[in-house]
Design a binder for this molecule. Structure first.
Ligand code: KG4
Ligand code: ZN
Length: 368
């Protein structure tokens, strides 16, 4: 196996990335760290396969990854106009996530790396999200990351590659999961987030009194399960609910989530400023929930009030994709030679090793 370390030769690396930890089959070729070029970024969403079940079915996801991954990799290589000789390393998600899919992607990546005689990097999916903003923006360590997706809801202090501190997390449902469950109980399709947002646009956020869970407590942890239960109780009282009521419930739910996120973001930035008084505070948001306009704008306001820079990478790089995995591979390789051939796929893999997962596995794997 050829070993690479750009610190030795200061040259850019070209890395093939593979992502299969949930319901997106993705491959990408990225060049960096200096040039920061996405040469290709191919994604196939499995949403159609899972819609009728109202959520991601792990077995169906794993089979769909097997069916299509080789074609997605070939497409990404072709679009990047790369042959195996042009690739310096292969990076693939090795966890956390739905284990069947992670095995498909990481084992495929190992086979490619072995056949092409390239180093293999097993990337933590959360590290992919955490480092994406350094691919899209000029951004130094440390910075604050708010990751809000269907599987994760957490504040991370990103101090360096491989150096993370989880400052707060949901103690029950991930935010995207809460959107999806709320949508389901109101009869809206999966994935729920965009449908809840659409209905909320015609709703009155003040009609129903919904809680702001945990905000009476210090710290940065969050909770969304109680909010969803409160909404269910209100909806039950008015059954059968008309469209206006659904809109009002969606608007109330979205407002409550936005309020919780904004308040926690302000506290997270206060903590950041205490820890790093000489650094410009930066908050980066990633994950599918960041697509929500009301949430985005309340985060933007919270950041502005705290005097912090707000970075939201483009949505196609905020949601699951393989460019972020290739980039995390490049960042790891910049730290020194990597050989993860002996690494096993992991369903759980907290970025902050001192913080074990505090929850059971969610619909999309570990929720931490
Ligand atoms: O990051 P992502 O694409 O996949 C993972 O979960 O890893 O996030 C998907 C989640 C789903 O739960 C979806 O309902 C939520 O993001 N979502 C939204 C919106 N668009 C997607 N939630 C609220 N508002 C949206 N506009
Ligand atoms: Zn993700």
């Amino acid at each position: 196996m050829t070993s690479v370390n750009p610190k030795d030769n200061a040259a850019d690396l070209t890395v093939l990335g593979i992502e299969t930890s949930c319901d997106e089959t993705a491959a990408a070729v990225v060049r960096g760290p200096h040039g920061r070029q996405i040469l290709s970024n191919t994604i196939r969403s499995q949403i159609d396969e899972h819609t009728e079940f109202g959520g991601v079915v792990p077995e169906i996801a794993a089979r769909a990854h097997i069916d299509i991954l080789d074609r997605i990799v070939a497409e990404a290589m072709q679009e990047a106009d790369c042959g195996w000789d042009d690739i310096d390393a292969v990076a693939a998600t090795a966890g956390p996530g739905l284990i069947g899919g992670v095995i498909v992607g990481f084992m495929t990546a190992k086979a490619i790396a072995m056949a092409a005689n390239k180093p293999i990097v097993g990337v933590n999916h959360l590290e992919g999200h955490a480092l994406t903003a350094r691919l899209t923006h000029d951004l130094d360590f440390p910075f604050l990351l708010l990751l809000v997706s269907g599987g994760h809801s957490q504040f991370l202090l990103v101090r360096g590659v491989g150096d993370y501190e989880r400052l707060g997390t949901t103690i029950d449902d991930a935010i995207g999961e809460a959107f999806d469950k709320t949508a389901k109980l109101l009869g809206l399709p999966y994935p729920g987030g965009p449908h809840v947002e659409k209905m909320a646009a015609a709703g009155d956020p003040l009609r129903f009194k919904l809680p702001r869970p945990l905000l009476d407590r210090a710290g940065l942890d969050m909770s969304f399960a109680g909010l969803k239960t409160a909404l269910r109780t209100q909806a039950k009282k008015l059954e059968p609910v008309d469209d206006q009521t659904v809109s009002d419930l969606c608007a109330g739910f979205q407002r409550a989530v936005s309020d919780v996120l904004a308040a926690r973001t302000k506290s997270a930035l206060d903590l950041f400023k205490q820890r790093h008084p000489d650094v410009e505070p930066v908050i980066v948001v990633a994950g599918g929930v960041a697509a929500n306009a009301e949430i985005r704008s309340s985060l933007l306001t919270a950041a502005a009030e705290a005097g912090a820079r707000f970075i939201a990478p483009p949505m196609r790089l905020c949601t699951d994709n393989a460019a972020m995995i290739a980039w995390a591979g490049i960042e790891r390789l910049c730290e020194g030679p990597v050989d993860d051939m002996a690494l096993s796929p992991r369903p759980r893999w907290p970025l902050d090793a001192r913080q074990a997962g505090i929850l059971g596995a969610g619909r999309k794997g570990a929720k931490v």
